[in-house]
Design a binder for this molecule. Structure first.
Ligand SMILES: Cc1cc2nc3c(=O)[nH]c(=O)nc-3n(C[C@H](O)[C@H](O)[C@H](O)COP(=O)(O)OP(=O)(O)OC[C@H]3O[C@@H](n4cnc5c(N)ncnc54)[C@H](O)[C@@H]3O)c2cc1C
Length: 291
C-alpha cells in the first residue's frame, strides 16, 4: 500500500497513482514546429506536452504520473518569441528575467535556480496552473489572456479568469496547445512583484503578490492564497477611491486584502499566516509603486 502525499489545496495523490508501472514505455516525439505540434495533439489528444520538464519530469520521477506519449515543444521556435503584443509559451524564465515588464522580470528572478530558469517556461507554469505559480499573479494583474491553439479550431483567446478553473485545473481542451500570453496595451510601468516563502532562494511561494499602478489606479493580484490566481477587487476599489494614500488608507487596504484572500493551511504554511502575509505584501508593494 502506498503512502499519500499531501499537496497544496487539499489534493492528495492516491495510492492508485503511486502504483505506476515503471516498465510502461513512454514514447517520445520532438515536434519541429507549431504545425507538427498541433498535428500530434489533433491525432493523439492524450499526448503530454513537455516544455522545460521542470514540473512534468518531477511528477514522472516521483511516479505520480507516467504518460504513454510525450511530445516536446523545445524545438518549436514560434513559441519562443517575446513581442510587443504577446509572450510565447516556450519563453524561459531566464529570458523573462531580462524582459521589460518589471514585475514579471522580478518574478522570473525568483523561480527556482539558474538551472530551473534556463529550462522552465511560462507556458509550463500556466499549464501546471499551481496556485503557487510565480508567473500567474502578473498575468492576473495585467489582465492578460491565454492564447491557445488547436488544429481543428485554430486560435482561441481565453481571459485568465476563464482559463484557470481550480487547483492545477484549466479550461485547456485536450487537443489544444498554449501558444502564449497576450500583453495588453498601456500596461502600467509602475509594477512590483514579491513573494514570501520559507527561505530566500529556491522556494515555492506561500504568498505572492503583484501590484501595478497606472492611470486606472492600483491593481492587486495574489498567488498561493486561493485555488487560482486572484485579484483583490474590493481592496482595489477601496484604495482607488482615495485621493491620498495615507498610512491609515494603507492599513485599511491591507486589512481588506487579508479579508479577501481564501488561503488554506497546508504543509507550506497556515491559513492565518498566509492572510497576514498577503496584507503585508500588498501594502508594501503599493508603497514601492509610489516611490
Ligand atoms: C527545483 C524546482 C524549483 C522550482 N521553483 C519554482 C518557483 O520558484 N516558482 C514557480 O512558479 N515554479 C517553480 N518550479 C516549478 C516549475 O519550474 C515551473 O512551474 C515552470 O514554469 C514549469 O515550466 P516547464 O517548461 O518546465 O513545464 P513542464 O514541466 O514542461 O510542463 C508543465 C505542465 O505544463 C504542460 N505544458 C507545458 N507547456 C505547455 C504548452 N505550451 N501548452 C500546454 N501545456 C503545456 C505540460 O504538459 C505539463 O503538464 C520549480 C520546479 C523545480 C523542480
Amino acid at each position: 500500500m502506498g503512502v499519500g502525499v499531501s499537496t497544496s489545496y487539499g489534493r492528495s495523490y492516491s495510492d492508485r497513482a503511486f502504483a505506476t508501472d515503471y516498465r510502461m514505455p513512454m514514447e517520445f516525439t520532438a515536434a519541429a514546429n507549431l504545425d507538427e505540434l498541433l498535428d500530434v495533439k489533433a491525432q493523439q489528444p492524450d499526448a503530454q506536452l513537455l516544455a522545460g520538464g521542470t514540473d512534468l519530469m518531477v511528477a514522472v520521477n516521483l511516479a505520480h504520473h507516467r504518460p504513454e506519449q510525450i511530445v516536446s515543444l523545445g524545438r518549436v521556435e514560434e513559441l519562443k518569441d517575446v513581442g510587443s503584443a504577446r509572450i510565447g509559451a516556450g519563453t524561459t524564465w531566464a529570458r523573462l528575467e531580462q524582459c521589460q515588464y518589471t514585475a514579471l522580470a522580478q518574478a522570473a528572478r525568483t523561480v527556482g535556480s539558474p538551472q530551473i530558469r534556463a529550462a522552465g517556461t511560462i507556458g509550463g507554469n500556466i499549464g501546471t496552473a499551481s496556485p503557487a505559480g510565480d508567473g500567474l499573479p502578473w498575468i492576473a494583474a495585467a489582465d492578460a489572456e491565454i492564447i491557445v491553439e488547436s488544429k481543428e479550431r485554430g486560435e482561441r483567446i481565453v481571459p485568465w479568469r476563464e482559463f484557470f478553473t481550480g487547483v492545477k485545473r484549466t479550461s485547456l481542451a485536450s487537443d489544444e496547445v498554449i501558444t502564449g500570453v497576450t500583453i495588453p496595451d498601456n500596461l502600467p510601468d509602475a509594477q512590483e512583484f514579491a513573494k514570501v516563502g520559507t527561505r530566500n532562494a529556491m522556494v515555492i511561494a506561500t504568498v505572492s503578490c503583484v501590484v501595478m499602478r497606472g492611470d486606472d489606479g492600483f491593481r492587486v493580484a495574489l498567488g498561493s492564497v486561493a485555488p487560482t490566481p486572484m485579484r483583490a477587487t474590493r481592496a482595489e476599489e477601496m484604495i482607488n477611491a482615495e485621493s491620498t494614500i495615507s498610512d491609515a488608507v494603507l492599513e485599511e487596504f491591507g486589512r481588506i486584502v487579508q479579508d479577501e484572500v481564501q488561503p488554506i493551511t497546508d504543509h507550506r504554511s497556515t491559513e492565518a499566516y498566509r492572510r497576514h502575509a498577503a496584507g503585508v505584501l500588498a501594502r508594501r508593494l503599493v508603497k514601492r509603486t509610489l516611490q
